[in-house]
Design a binder for this molecule. Sequence first.
Ligand code: OGA
Ligand code: NI
Length: 359
Amino acid sequence: MASNQDYHRAKADFDETKAGVKGLLDSGVLKIPKMFIHPPETLRQTTSRETHNVNLQVPVIDLKGVESGNRAKTVAEIKEASESWGIFQVVNHGIPASVLEEMIEVVQRFHEQPKEVKMKWYSREHEQQVKYYSNGDLYVSKAVNWRDSLSCHYADGTLDPDALPQVCRVAIKNYMKRIIDLNDTLAKLLSEALGLDTGYLANINCMRTATLVCHYYPSCPEPDLTLGATKHSDPSYLTILLQDSIGGLQVLHRNQWVDVQPVKEALIINIGDLMQLITNDKFKSVEHRVLSAPIGPRISAACFFYPSTANSCKPYGPIKELVSEKGGPIYRETDHKEYMAYYRAKGLDGDSCLPSFML
Ligand code: OGA
Ligand code: NI
């Protein structure tokens, strides 16, 4: 079995092209390069589309009526889904279908621009607000994923639209305005679902900064040997995800992989590691992965929410109102900077970071 070191040269060469996996595919490869091949033990439990459970479905929650008579019922549904699944889809969230469709369209357009135009954005600098790259953990994880990404950082929820690539500027601006509003609504609903004051999560500023990561999963000539995204949970408080109609996202639920079926005009909401930490395991951070497919591209956009810039080094620990229910805190306090440093150093290796923060 080859070591990380063996692949280092191949990875550096791939990185150097600044053309991502899309570039590889365009060059006409029929066999995927070795560094994309995941180890058999991961693949056995991952790629067989047949062995997953088709009878289970991620809850779909209707947000219509949150402001009127149905609020208590919706909050109960969110509580149940966050506790047992760590993920749910929302419909009637108020974001026009056109805003979602245009978002998918421009993400595809960005990634399908001529290489020469796109490569100007290629970077691995953590500090760069807007950047395009393939595999954020390229040199850390051993096996590489079959996807490219464009990430846009909204410090305290803002980013000057002029910093965005022109092909996607207007659509991303419109999308993010709506997503940040939806995040505010969800912060209230999740607070209530935890039995806390409506403004609790807003007041502790744990969901104020956003990073939008727009993924492009090219079709894959050997989909059973690789993955679009290795099993992981998100290092966020909350993630709002838009996916197109191709499918391939799966969540691990009671030890079984369950498809997150594309639902028209829906958004996927998933609990992140840090929400699990501050809720003292009441809400679950869901493990998920993306399968590769012979068809594509598949487009998605994941928006990760975490603390305001002023609070990026502020320690957050289990909320005391929730600890009393459980007989003591399960986790130590951590700040987002520390958690991210740990997450990045580990790479997407299939294991959760959370156990390392247990008391
Ligand atoms: C992520 C992620 C899933 C998807 O970006 O963390 O899990 O469907 N994305 O792209
Ligand atoms: Ni994820």
